[in-house]
Design a protein around this ligand. Sequence first.
Ligand SMILES: Cc1ncc(COP(=O)(O)O)c(C=O)c1O
Length: 415
Amino acid sequence: MYKTFEKHESNVRSYCRNFPIKLKYAKNAQLISESGEKYIDFFAGAGAINYGHNNPYIKNAILEYLSEDTIIHALDMYTIAKEGFIDTFYNLILKPRNLDYKMMFCGSTGTNAVEAALKLARKYTGRSNVFAFSGAFHGMSLGSLSMTSDSFSRAGGGVSLNNVTFMPYSNQFGDYNKSIEYLEWVLSDDHSGIDKPAAIFLETVQAEGGVNVCDISWLKKLREICDKYEILLVCDDIQVGIGRTGTFFSFERAGVVPDIVVLSKSLSGFGLPMSMLLMKPEIDVFRPAEHNGTFRGNQLAFVGAKAAVEYYCANDLNSVVKQNSEIIENYIKENILPLNNKLSYRGIGMIWGIDFAEIGEDVSKKVMNECVNNNLIIERAGRHDSVVKILPPLTIEREKLIEGLNILKESIEKI
Ligand SMILES: Cc1ncc(COP(=O)(O)O)c(C=O)c1O
């Protein structure tokens, strides 16, 4: 059934091994295979499908744009599609939040924008070291990989990954104060042996790292430390931005403003590749073409991203996420935790993790496989992949959300 792929496609293919399905259709939180089998999507393209598959409002905007011979590829030239996005993003997202950022469009993947942020931070400060956190995931190209902590991915780099120092994340030692104290000591002791970094790269929720949610006070203190030592705070909001945590940017809940923000995944609203850096104006120090690329301006992605922002505001997705968040957390507490007293959970907004680490190494994989057998697409994350990650589209229908949670519960029960 999959012989074309098995014969011709590289060994590196990964998700298709966990979800051996040949997909044809997708609508909101439902995937439909070639043979007509229906699946509930609790993975949402690893966070690229926050607005649901084939969101009709976004799709219409793209179809309308396509209905004439409007330009599709334009390098980074001025186009109406780009202008439409910039104006809308400024008026609906940045201005109401008093955020004074310039926008930089990068190559079409998240990791390309992370590379741009790294280069920019180093150029702006003249320092080469950066800090990242244990448990971090920032992408697979060499710069991003150097800030990604898991040993399997790092080994794939094939070269030594330098100029990054890892710091303990908010929850690393249980008490977030310990992580902050260590960070302060490293920076303040002129014999700590660790070079002052250009930037601290942060995920406010480590999604691939196992759904580790940073503490609000920790985040505020991190901002203070960055100010005190003149270090840039870079928020990688690629997976948990665009509404995932209940606010458009994930850092809003702490009232802090990063110096650079990295966005991708759900930015285009439609699963089309797009990435963008937001930076405080004084950090905008690249010379023209210093981070260049052929695909830094996919016009369909701009059109989708404009419509997505309109949809976000018109449908008050913040409130939708808050309601769904309560449903998911209550469901976990009432129906899943009682299944085994070694289970733990954590999360925020519409990203939740159920941790099987205390039960045994293979358990999360068996649970995932059982979910897939019962038509629920769900992935794992974290140390030893022990966390099953609940990541549905923000727009999932209430009944589908409960149906998916029921499948998850029954699968855990069975395993
Ligand atoms: C937080 C974060 N940063 C960066 C990336 C890399 O994005 P991409 O896979 O588009 O290169 C990801 C992808 O999962 C991510 O979750």
